[in-house]
Design a protein around this ligand. Structure first.
Ligand SMILES: CC(C)=CCC/C(C)=C/CC/C(C)=C/CC/C(C)=C/[C@@H]1[C@@H](COP(=O)(O)OP(=O)(O)O)[C@]1(C)CC/C=C(\C)CC/C=C(\C)CCC=C(C)C
Ligand SMILES: [Mn+2]
Length: 419
C-alpha cells in the first residue's frame, strides 16, 4: 500500500451511511434523470461484429478527442463509436500484455501486502465495507464472487462499489442535485485515488486495488463521461450513439474487471479478444437493462431507443409514452432483443478464457441478465407497465448451471481474431 494512503484510510462519516457521496460533490441542482441505452444498425444485425475490423486512422486520445480524424489523403473522416471504443480495448489489452511480459502470468494474487504499520487493518475494514455494499446491492453477484481468490474478490468488490457510487450520482436519491461540476469533482477524486490519495475508505480500497492489478484509469473516466451524457441527453439518434453510451456506462465495467479476473494461463486467446468479450457483456447487459426499463425511463422523459429504428418501425416517442403494445412494437422489440442476444453470444466466447476461479460469477451474471430478455418475451413485450424480472427459483437454478459452465476449460475460439 502506498505511503500516501496512511493519512486517508480513516473511516469517513460520509461513507458509513450507505453509498452517500453527494454531500461533498453537489453544487446547485440542475437536472435529474437517469439514462439507459439502446440501438440501431438493425438492417445489418448479422454483420455486427465486435472484433473484426481494426479501425484505421486511430487517434491516440479517445474519448476526449473529437471523432473526426484525418485519413491518409488528408480528408476528415468520422470514426464510428465501435472504432473509437476499439481503441480503448486495444489500449487495455496492451497494458495487460505489458504486465504479462513482466510477470510471466497473470497470477497477481501473489503480490504481497506491504505492511505499513496500522494501515492494513483499516484497509481490511475498507474492503469489508465494500463487500457489505456489494452483498446489499447485488446478492447473487456477491455470492458468485465467493469462489474467486480473496485478493481478486476484494478488488472486484472495490470496483463494484466505485461503479455503484458513480451510478448513484445520476440515478440515486440525490440525482436532482448532481451537476456537471459535481461530476468534475468526482473525476478529480478518481484521479487522486489513482495517484495514491484516496478521499475516503471506499476510495482507499480501490486505491489499493489499482496498485495490485494492471488497471487503467480510462474506463473509470469513461464511466463518468457516460453519467455526464446522462445529464444532457435523453434521446439517441441511432445505434452508433447508443453504443457509445452503453460502452460508457457498462462496457467500461467489463474493461475494469478483466485485469482483476485474470486470463487463464492456459488460454490461447489474444488478450484483445478477451477484452472484446468483456466489452460485449457490458453492452449486452446495458441493452437488456434499457429494454427492461422502457416504461420506467419514459415516465422520466427518457427514451434510450434508437430514434431512427423507431421511425423505421413506424413508431415515435408518442407511442412509447402511450405505452400500448401493438404488433409494430412487438416487431420492433424482437429486433432489439435479437441484437442484445448477439452481444451476449459474443461475450460467451470470452468467459472460458478467464482464470478458472473468476468464471462462475461472470457466467452467473451473463445467464441471469440474458434471462431478462426471455422474461420480456414472456410478458408479450409489455415493458411499459410490466417489469421483467427473473424469479428466485430461476436465479437459483442459474447458479449451478453457471458453475458447470465455469468448469469448462479455455477453448480459444477459432472465430476470435489473433492479434
Ligand atoms: C462478475 C461481474 C458481473 C463483475 C462485474 C462487477 C462490477 C464491477 C459491476 C459494476 C456494476 C455497476 C454498479 C455499474 C454501474 C452502471 C450500471 C448500473 C450499469 C448496469 C448494470 C446493471 O445494474 P442494475 O441491474 O442494478 O441496473 P439499475 O441500476 O437497476 O438500472 C448494468 C446493466 C451493466 C453492468 C455491466 C456489467 C456487469 C459487465 C460485466 C462484465 C464483465 C465482468 C466482464 C467479464 C469478462 C468476460 C470476458 C465476458
Ligand atoms: Mn442504476
Amino acid at each position: 500500500m502506498p505511503l500516501a494512503l496512511l493519512w486517508v484510510v480513516t473511516p469517513s462519516t460520509e461513507v458509513c451511511s450507505g453509498l452517500g457521496v453527494t454531500d461533498s460533490l453537489v453544487g446547485r441542482s440542475i437536472s435529474n434523470g437517469r439514462s439507459k441505452r439502446i440501438s440501431k444498425k438493425q438492417e445489418n444485425l448479422n454483420s455486427w461484429r465486435l472484433n473484426v475490423a481494426k479501425p484505421k486512422n486511430r487517434s491516440e486520445r479517445y474519448p476526449v478527442l473529437s471523432s473526426m480524424v484525418a485519413n491518409p489523403t488528408g480528408e476528415m473522416a468520422v470514426l464510428s463509436s465501435e472504432q473509437r471504443v476499439y481503441d480503448v480495448v486495444l489500449k487495455q489489452a496492451a497494458l495487460v500484455n505489458r504486465e504479462l511480459k513482466k510477470r510471466e502470468d497473470l497470477d497477481l494474487d501473489v503480490k504481497p501486502d506491504i505492511a505499513v504499520p496500522g494501515t492494513l487493518s483499516l484497509l481490511g475494514e475498507a474492503y469489508d465495507r465494500c463487500g457489505e455494499v456489494c452483498a446489499e446491492y447485488a446478492k447473487t453477484f456477491y455470492l458468485g464472487t465467493q469462489l474467486m481468490t480473496p485478493t481478486r474478490r476484494k478488488a472486484i468488490w472495490a470496483i463494484y462499489v466505485w461503479c455503484r457510487r458513480t451510478d448513484e450520482l445520476v440515478d440515486g436519491p440525490n440525482a436532482s442535485h448532481i451537476t456537471p461540476t459535481a461530476l468534475d469533482r468526482w473525476e478529480a477524486r478518481l484521479e487522486d485515488l489513482f495517484s495514491g490519495r484516496p478521499f475516503d475508505m471506499l476510495d482507499a480500497a480501490l486505491c489499493d486495488t489499482v496498485t495490485r492489478f494492471p488497471i487503467d484509469i480510462q474506463p473509470f473516466k469513461d464511466m463518468i463521461e457516460g453519467m455526464r451524457l446522462d445529464l444532457r441527453k435523453s434521446r439517441y439518434k441511432n445505434f452508433d450513439e447508443l453504443y457509445l453510451y452503453c460502452y460508457y456506462v457498462a462496457g467500461t465495467v467489463g474493461l475494469m474487471s478483466v485485469p482483476v479476473m485474470g486470463i487463464a494461463p492456459e488460454s490461447k486467446a489474444p488478450t484483445e479478444s478477451v477484452y472484446n468479450a468483456a466489452l460485449a457483456l457490458g453492452i449486452a447487459n446495458q441493452l437488456t437493462n434499457i429494454l427492461r426499463d422502457v416504461g420506467e425511463d419514459s415516465r422520466r422523459g427518457r427514451v434510450y431507443l434508437p430514434q431512427d429504428e423507431l421511425a423505421q418501425a413506424g413508431l415515435s416517442d408518442e407511442d412509447i409514452f402511450t405505452g400500448k403494445v401493438t404488433d409494430k412494437w412487438r416487431n420492433f422489440m424482437k429486433k432489439q432483443i435479437k441484437r442484445a442476444r448477439m452481444f451476449f453470444d459474443e461475450a460467451e466466447k470470452g468467459v472460458s478464457e478467464l482464470s478458472a476461479a473468476s468464471r462462475w460469477p461472470v457466467w452467473a451474471s451473463l445467464l441471469l441478465y440474458r434471462e431478462i430478455l426471455d422474461e420480456i418475451e414472456a410478458n408479450d413485450y409489455n415493458n411499459f407497465t410490466k417489469r421483467a424480472y427473473v424469479s428466485k427459483a430461476k436465479k437459483l437454478l442459474a447458479l449451478p448451471i453457471a458453475y458447470a459452465k465455469a468448469k469448462l476449460p479455455p477453448r480459444s475460439i477459432s472465430s476470435m481474431s489473433k492479434v
